[in-house]
Design a protein around this ligand. Structure first.
Ligand SMILES: Cc1ncc(C[n+]2csc(CCOP(=O)(O)OP(=O)(O)O)c2C)c(N)n1
Ligand SMILES: [Mg+2]
Length: 560
């Protein structure tokens, strides 16, 4: 109960700060360690989603951060709750997404005794977060929470962990709220843009690679307008395909796992590479082989919101410390040369992309996952949001689905399995009017499949398309490549996933033939319930182009 003497409990002050900073959603697994904070939600207008495991709650918060650019919020209890959430914290770190996790902590007087579920947050989360801290004094909640919002969002966004000693949350204090936070825009300097203009005017074969976070609808539109004016080919980096319309005439493709060899050749042959927003980490850099380290052969421009990233791996000819939003807006000021020598090359780059993604070939088994991606690409609304985790099944998304709009793909660049279901729950909670489809593997799905219950609880009619091949397929692929024929710990005995959906109160349907998919998907949508479309996929279909047997035989042949 809120008092009317002007004082508030620590829990009330905390929740009021969330309201001040514009939070609309919070995700949690409750714990007795933060009851006073939970109680304060009772009469505040923040939608709480109660989850089944903290890993799910943290991923939901990360997805909100990734989608909105504002910190996603989750609450967990101390030791086991917080450590369960670690996967989501790590994703926020690697994917540069703003996230704040509040953790109920033991009472101040019990600290350092290894009290019940006590954990040293700074030590455990210190290397994964931008800031891990504990609030000792309820009067400082507005200050520390304000800093948490700024820290999670500014520069390169990332996770912040704030521990809340339970007795601090029940202390009464009289303290004013903080002003609402605002992310600091980071603009490129006029001289940066003048140098970029000069580099573009001198180039014969430039290419732009876009990725990372701190984009917006307006920024992606500005980047597309710039690409159009300069007839500049643009590729998106790993799992950032939604940053550029795949059918834009300048789109050159997706630079992640299994990219188009023609795209790789084009990047290697470029004389000017402009990397915007991303770190160009292990996946897009093709295990750090795409560019020479530390000094790329090409003229290398790196635009990133964190100065720590500039020069960290690649020594750029031009480093621009700016957020993609500020940089994209400044691109309006650049003028293309009268003659654009690379214009034809850009046309070819887009044609190469279209040809590469046009149509899947035949696959082992009766369900061709590529054909299903094609069907989804042709039948889902353009603003449908796809959520996916990690596994070989995702290769078909990257290869055949064509993202048309900003905010239509939520996937972990960190490669964390189990991402899709909780991300889909968060997306459907945030965007009830949009179609949300989760694409999962069988291994991937069951890492956080329990959050299907959360979808049922909140009546979120999302559709999971589950590619069940009875294996941890990615690892089997690597196993056959490195240790052909020696199968260890990669086979899975699965439940009937359609029954699983029904047992939770959702809709389930099994698909054993490609031709049965459209009717099954439509029935899933029409059910109005959270649904699982369970695809029986042949484990032989290891990648969009290679069978397991072919991988094994190639490895064996290389040994003989
Ligand atoms: C949290 C986590 N644990 C383990 C891995 C290692 N890993 C990468 S892909 C993969 C198998 C994925 O299996 P599944 O979801 O069935 O997809 P498939 O490859 O069979 O299509 C594993 C175990 C990971 N990326 N993330
Ligand atoms: Mg599998």
């Amino acid at each position: 109960m809120r008092s009317n003497d002007g004082s508030r409990t620590g829990g009330e002050v905390l929740v009021d700060q969330l309201v001040v900073h514009g939070v609309r959603h919070a995700f949690c697994v409750p714990g007795e360690s933060y009851l006073a904070a939970l109680d304060a939600f009772y009469d505040r207008d923040v939608a709480i989603t109660v989850c089944r495991q903290e890993g799910g709650a943290a991923i939901m918060a990360e997805a909100i951060g990734k989608f909105t650019g504002r910190p996603g919020i989750c609450f967990t209890t101390r030791g086991p709750g917080a450590t369960n959430a670690a996967a989501g914290i790590h994703i926020a770190r690697q994917d540069s997404s703003p996230l704040i996790m509040f953790v109920g902590q033991v009472a101040r007087e019990a600290r350092e005794r290894e009290a019940f579920q006590e954990i040293d947050f700074r030590a455990v989360f210190g290397s994964m977060t931008k800031w891990a801290t504990e609030i000792d004094d309820a009067a400082r909640i507005p200050e520390i929470v304000s800093r948490a919002f700024h820290t999670a969002t500014n520069g390169r966004p990332g996770p912040v962990v704030v521990a809340l000693p339970e007795d601090m949350l029940t202390d009464r204090v009289v303290v004013p709220d903080a002003p609402p936070f605002a992310a600091v825009e980071m603009w490129p300097g006029a001289s940066d843009m003048a140098r970029l203009q000069k580099l573009l005017w001198g180039a014969r074969a430039p290419i732009m690679l876009i990725g990372g976070s701190r984009w917006s609808e307006a920024a992606t539109t500005a980047a597309m307008r710039f690409a159009e004016r300069f007839a500049l080919p643009v590729a998106t980096t790993f799992r950032r395909g939604h940053l550029f319309d795949a059918l834009h005439p300048c789109y050159a493709g997706d630079l992640g796992i299994g990219p188009n060899p023609k795209l790789i050749a084009r990047i290697k042959a470029a004389d000017l590479v402009i990397v915007v927003g991303g770190r160009l980490g292990e996946m897009p850099s093709q295990s750090y082989t795409l560019f020479e380290i530390p000094g790329p052969r090409q003229t290398f421009v790196h635009v990133h919101p964190s100065s720590e990233e500039l020069g960290r791996i690649y020594a750029p000819h031009l480093a621009i410390n700016a957020a993609p939003t500020g940089f994209a807006a400044a691109l309006e000021g650049l003028q293309p040369p009268n003659e654009i020598p690379w214009r034809d090359g850009t046309r070819t780059a887009h044609e190469d992309f279209l040809a590469w993604t046009e149509k899947p070939g035949p696959q082992p088994g009766d369900v061709n996952f590529g054909e299903i991606m094609l069907w989804l690409r042709e039948h889902l609304p353009a603003d449908a949001i796809l959520c996916s985790g990690a596994g070989n099944f995702s290769a078909w998304i990257h290869r055949y689905y064509r993202f048309r709009h900003y905010g239509t793909h939520m996937g972990p660049t960190s490669g964390s399995m189990g991402y899709g279901v909780p991300a889909a729950v968060a997306m459907k909670r945030l965007n009830p009017e949009r179609t949300v489809v989760c694409i999962s593997g069988d291994g991937d799905f069951l890492m956080n499949g329990q959050e299907f219950a959360t979808a049922v609880q909140y009546e979120l009619p999302l559709v999971v398309v589950l590619a069940d091949n009875g294996v941890y397929g990615t690892i089997r692929m690597h196993q056959e490549r490195e240790y052909p024929g020696r199968v260890v710990a990669t086979a899975l005995k699965n439940p009937d996933f359609a029954d699983y959906a029904r047992a939770f109160g959702g809709f389930g349907v099994t698909v054993e033939k490609t031709s049965a998919f459209p009717a099954a998907f439509d029935a899933a949508v029409k059910s109005g319930k959270p649904a699982i479309v369970h695809l029986k996929v042949d484990p032989e279909a290891s990648t969009p182009t290679l069978s397991l047997t072919a991988i094994r035989e190639k490895a064996l042949a290389a040994r003989n």
